[in-house]
Design a binder for this molecule. Structure first.
Ligand SMILES: NC(=O)c1ccc[n+]([C@@H]2O[C@H](COP(=O)([O-])OP(=O)(O)OC[C@H]3O[C@@H](n4cnc5c(N)ncnc54)[C@H](O)[C@@H]3O)[C@@H](O)[C@H]2O)c1
Length: 513
């Protein structure tokens, strides 16, 4: 089990935000203070008055320890619950602790309207609150996962908490959790068990298997599973019906039935194929995505699209078939070749441009900084895609925003005969589309320069390579499956943090200027 503990000073909003967070993650909510009151049959104030603080703290420790047997929950802690070292070690052992902080003025305002249940602050709040905060400031500062709640609505704070802890529940297409966690692979077995998923088979590729299969198997075995493995040759050239047949036959040989679970351990190629094979095997069995490339974490693993290529084109056959769980462990990226990482960063920058200016700025700090902060980057970028696909799961409207950079990008990738990596082509596409947006006055001047600056800082190309004929690129754009009758739909950047969908009749104009 892995509880989500909300901690912080009185008045930070642990209970209010906790309840909403639990609703959003479809988890039970527990308020530790209310639990203590229920068990003791009296209010916290009465416990303090009649038994003293030390006994209250004992009751608190006991109530906390009892959570070991509870199913995964969001837990609002008391403002001093983790002052005891043993409580802190215990909480961190059975979950994650997020600190919620607010300016003293905000806390004061909130407490003034509702201070009855806080005996340590009873009496002169204006005098006591700063003393309490000063006494605990070092303690609160020692928690690394932190959200400042000032100036945001409850809903915005819930979103911010989800982003910070890397935890989401998707429900627009199927119901599933998305978890982003360093060393999350160690939780694979437990995560399956918690969700009632059975009889797992790992589908991976030969590169990924070398680095990550043992740990995956160990985690599954620890949870009592007897996992099987299918490893396929790596790369897009194998994303075809032959490999899908091989996976189906592997499922049969392993004796899987509809109640079994395929675990896609790999990049987008493995995810797309394992997901598709699962969607069709015996009319559909469960699958879990464990993405191992940056691109598959921030893009391919979320959204429920599965499929494979035909010789006539990429992703021509496929299904919408969401996984039962996405478990992204950014530590797995340590073994990813740098060129693949850089390619994936194009999608991260794209997500920043679409709706997270802060993410865009972070990318601008350059490759080395980003490499040192991959968990934060992955969490932010995944949150952008999740918001979009929850709004438009079947690509009827706003999901097309995710095509930013891709209309030109796909064409450039194709005309380069795939010498350019996908991310490199998307980077080139984003700059071309930003320039076009400036010419159409959809964007203000300077946007394309800002986009190019961020991409270059990450080692991505920003110009169409010499030698790639413009007319072929335009022809490829017209052929792109995203075209509507006679026009091509572009997602154009209007500013950092906002894109507009624009129908273009003459896509040739995009390469002018
Ligand atoms: N389903 C979707 O919504 C969606 C979205 C975007 C892209 N895609 C698909 O994703 C595919 C591209 O995915 P990709 O970029 O992840 O490529 P990929 O799966 O081919 O992985 C790239 C390379 O990295 C290796 N690799 C993967 N993880 C590794 C790790 N942790 N350590 C060492 N090596 C590792 C792989 O073996 C491979 O050689 C394309 O087929 C594309 O169509 C799907």
């Amino acid at each position: 089990m892995s509880h989500i503990f909300l901690y912080g000073p009185p008045g930070a909003g642990k209970s209010t935000i906790g309840k909403k967070l639990a609703g959003s993650l479809k988890l039970p909510f527990i308020d530790l203070d209310r639990l203590i009151e229920m068990k003791a049959g009296m209010s916290i104030s009465q416990i303090m008055e009649q038994k003293g603080e030390s006994e209250f703290r004992d009751l608190e420790t006991r109530a906390l320890n009892a959570l070991r047997d509870e199913k995964e929950s969001v837990v609002a802690l008391g403002g001093g619950t983790l002052l005891r070292d043993e409580n802190r070690v215990f909480a961190q052992g059975i979950g994650i602790v997020l600190l919620m902080m607010a300016e003293p003025g905000t806390l004061l305002e909130r407490l003034q309207s509702n201070n009855g249940q806080r005996p340590l602050l009873a009496g002169d709040l204006v005098e006591k609150l700063p003393l309490l905060l000063a006494k605990r400031s070092e303690h609160y500062r020692s928690f690394p996962l932190l959200v400042h709640v000032d100036g945001r609505s409850v809903e915005q704070n819930v979103q911010q908490v989800q982003l910070t802890i890397g935890r989401h529940h998707l429900s627009a297409m199927g119901e599933y959790d998305v978890i982003v966690q360093g060393n999350g692979l160690e939780q694979l077995g437990g995560s399956l068990q918690m969700r009632g998923l059975k009889n797992p088979i790992l589908v991976t590729d030969d590169n990924v298997a070398k680095f990550h299969i043992e740990k995956s198997m160990a985690s599954l075995r620890e949870s009592g599973f007897e996992p099987k493995v299918i490893s396929i040759p790596p790369g897009e050239t194998h994303k075809n019906l032959d490999t899908i047949s091989r996976i189906w036959q592997g499922f049969l040989k392993a004796g899987l039935d509809r109640k079994s679970t395929a675990i896609a351990l790999g990049g987008g190629v493995v995810g797309d194929m394992a997901g598709f094979a699962a969607s069709t095997y015996m009319r559909g069995m469960a699958w879990v995505a464990v993405p191992t490339t940056l691109l598959s974490m921030v893009d391919a693993s979320i959204g429920g699209k599965t499929g494979f290529d035909l010789s006539e084109g990429k992703n021509l056959i496929g299904s919408f078939y969401p996984p039962k769980l996405v478990l992204a462990d950014p530590h797995l990226l340590k073994t990813l070749p740098e060129a693949e990482l850089i390619s994936g960063l194009a999608e991260v920058v794209k997500h920043g441009i679409i709706s997270d200016p802060e993410l865009f700025d972070l990318c601008g700090r350059g490759l080395e900084w980003v490499k040192d902060h991959l968990e934060e980057i992955v969490k932010r970028a995944m949150a952008v895609k999740i918001r979009i696909i929850e709004d438009d799961p079947y690509e009827k409207g706003s999901r097309a925003m995710l095509n930013l950079g891709h209309t030109v990008g796909h064409a450039v990738e194709l005309v380069s005969k795939f010498h350019l990596r996908h991310g490199e082509a998307v980077a080139i596409g984003m700059v071309a589309e930003a320039k076009y947006a400036e010419r159409l006055t959809v964007a203000g001047r300077g946007l394309s320069e800002a986009v190019a600056g961020s991409l270059s800082a990450l080692g991505l190309p920003v110009h169409i390579p010499q030698g790639l004929p413009g007319d072929e690129i335009v022809r490829a754009m017209r052929m792109d499956k995203k075209k509507n009758a006679g026009t091509v739909l572009f997602a154009l950047p209007a500013e950092i943090g906002r894109v507009e969908l624009v129908e273009v009749t003459d896509p040739g104009m995009i390469l002018d200027g």
